[in-house]
Structure formats: structure tokens, C-alpha cells
Ligand binder design. Sequence first.
Ligand SMILES: Nc1nc2c(ncn2[C@@H]2O[C@H](COP(=O)(O)OP(=O)(O)OP(=O)(O)O)[C@@H](O)[C@H]2O)c(=O)[nH]1
Ligand SMILES: [Mg+2]
Length: 369
Amino acid sequence: MVSWLYPEMELGIVGLPKSGKTTLFNSLTKGRAKIHAFGPTALEPNVGVAKVPDSRLDGLQAILNPRRIVPAEVKYVDVTITRENRDDLGSDLRGYLRTVDAFIHVVRDFADETIPHIKGSVDPVRDIIALNTELALSDLAILERRLTRINDSLKGAKQQERDSLLREQTLLSRIKPVLENEIPIREQSITKEEARILDNYQFLTSKPILVLLNIGEAKLPHAASLEEALRPRYPQLKVAAVCAKLEMELTQLGDADAAEFRAALGMVEGVIDRIIRLSYEVLGLLSFFSIASGEIRAWTVTKGTPAHKAAGSIHSDMERGFIRAEVISYSDLVTSGSLREACNKGHLRLEGKNYTVQDGDVITFLFSV
Ligand SMILES: Nc1nc2c(ncn2[C@@H]2O[C@H](COP(=O)(O)OP(=O)(O)OP(=O)(O)O)[C@@H](O)[C@H]2O)c(=O)[nH]1
Ligand SMILES: [Mg+2]
């Protein structure tokens, strides 16, 4: 989806019933949504945000000593699969999934006899393949319906409409057999113009996926090797292993107690922070920083956003009345040690509205309305 502004971007947490989706959601958002070992959970999705950890904010704090620091946020939606005995995506759920920008696929890799696995056994690779196949089948159904409709429309179409229908037909007919060979749309080579046509369909296999292996306590010491084992199989996907249950319990403890538990259990620090950062990456997002009224704030835009649109993410007046952007890169600012020194060294650049904002830019927008 072509969208400059962050609030529309969200990740849908998907996976088989009882794979640990809500447990992970609570760990990420420090939430307290209900967890159930048995039976279906509520219909409504859980929605929450996580603050995006960013060591550059600490770097800016050390130099600028602001009153307040406001990190970026990323939004999660925990989508519940309602019927306990179903292992496919229901049609209403599928419709909902079309609206999210990326998926976190929670894959069960914990053993617990009190929580039956819907497929009878724990087998993460099988579950990853099954979801990918389902997403592909859902897209193929849409492709086929659209191709049939195009064929019908072509019969009575005028020249101009005909040309655009034919272009679309060529594109969809090219994508379809590749998808039938299980190559998701996001891995197919598609031009920008073609992507705009495809955007209308919100294809599920065009969305990025972060695979989260939900491992049990017993597998904690092998977290890294379990991730490594999956990576070559899914080179295009980001993969992370986490013990969601323990992470959720730790978010409910104080920092000191949590650190002690972590050490005792041999858990790696910062897994949840890493997952939040990975979420931000799969969404293709970057942060720029503003410094105003004693406040440093991280703002979120998609990669490739021009300066005037970035200004609009702060305030629509800034976009409308955009004059120019004063930009210093984070690394130049930090190596200079102060704003004044960075300016003395000539690191402050004046950029126009079409400047492409870079990750870590510290920007002041000049505007007039
Ligand atoms: N042993 C163990 N249990 C876990 C782990 N993660 C989740 N669980 C348990 O699995 C059960 C289901 O967890 P949920 O987070 O509700 O799973 P879900 O995918 O949201 O389930 P539905 O929304 O009903 O599909 C709960 O009893 C959790 O405590 C884990 O890493 N280890
Ligand atoms: Mg749930």
C-alpha cells in the first residue's frame, strides 16, 4: 500500500488457534488481554501499540538533554480465529487480513500436553507451509474471479477501457502461474506501476511476514540455532524465536526482578525489543527526529518519503506551507557533540520538498501558512 503516514500501518498477528498469539500481543504491547488454554476467545481483535526502542534517542538525549523524549510506535492487531476446530482462515478473517500491512505469523514450537495442538502434533515447518499455502490460495481465488470478470468486460469495452483491462489481464495472467508455484506476490518482480494496479486487491501474499517461533522454556537455550535452522528455508522472511509465555510474565514484573529471572533462565535480553524493531523493518518504515520546545520526538514514515510529506506527518500546515527542511544526520550530530558544533562543521543541510528523508535525519521544517 502506498502510504506515507504511520497511523495507517499495522501488523496483524496470525497463527493457528492456541499458538500463543495473544500471549505475544501482551508481551509486545505490555497489554493484559485475556489468554485462554481452552475454547474460543473473543471475536474482537486486540489492538495495541508498542514503543519502538531506538538507541539513537539515548544518543540525542545525552547531547541535547531534552525535557521529554517521545519514541515512535508500531501498532499490532491480534486476530482471533474463532472456531476451535478450524485450521483455515474464515472468510471474514481473510477480509480483515487484507487491511493490515504485514503479518506476524506465530508458530507453535512449545510442548504442553494440557494444550492440544489443533493438528495433533507440534511441527512448525508444517504450520508455516500451511499458512503460506492458505494465503496463496486465497489470492488465487481473487485472481481467478478478476480474470473471469475482465474477460466479460472486454466484450463490450470501448478502446480506452479495453487498453487498461488488457494491461491488467496481462499482469494478472503473469502473476497467477508463479503464485501457483508457491512464489508469493511479494517475491515476484513487479514494477511500481504494476504494484499500483495490484494495490486495489490487497493480496495477502504481497504483504511482508515476520515468522515468530513460539518456543517452550525447554528450548530457550537453543533459540538462536532454531532461528538459524529456519532461515535458509525461508530466506525471504524475517524469523525470530521467542518464549512468549515467559516474556509476557516478565513484562508484568519490575525491571530489576525481570533481569534477575532472565539471568537465572538463561534468556537473551531484549528479544521483545528486537521483535518490535523487526516489525518496523518489515513494514519498510524509518524514523526521523524533531527537536522542538525541549522535546525530542521520533516520527515514522515509509522509506522513500519526500520531505514535504514527512512534514505533513507532524502537521498538515507544515506540508501545506512547506518552505524547506533543515537536516542534520544523526551520526554527524553525535560525532560533533552539539548542535552548534555540527552547524560550525557545515553538517546542516537545507533541503527542498522533494528531498528523500533518510533514517536518522534530525529535521526542522520551516513553513508558513
Ligand atoms: N507452555 C507454554 N504455553 C504457552 C506458550 N505460549 C502460549 N502458551 C499457552 O497457550 C495457550 C494459548 O495461548 P494464547 O496466547 O491465548 O494463544 P492464541 O493463539 O491467542 O489462542 P486463540 O486466540 O484462542 O487462537 C495459553 O494457555 C498460553 O498460556 C509457551 O511458550 N509455552
Ligand atoms: Mg488469542
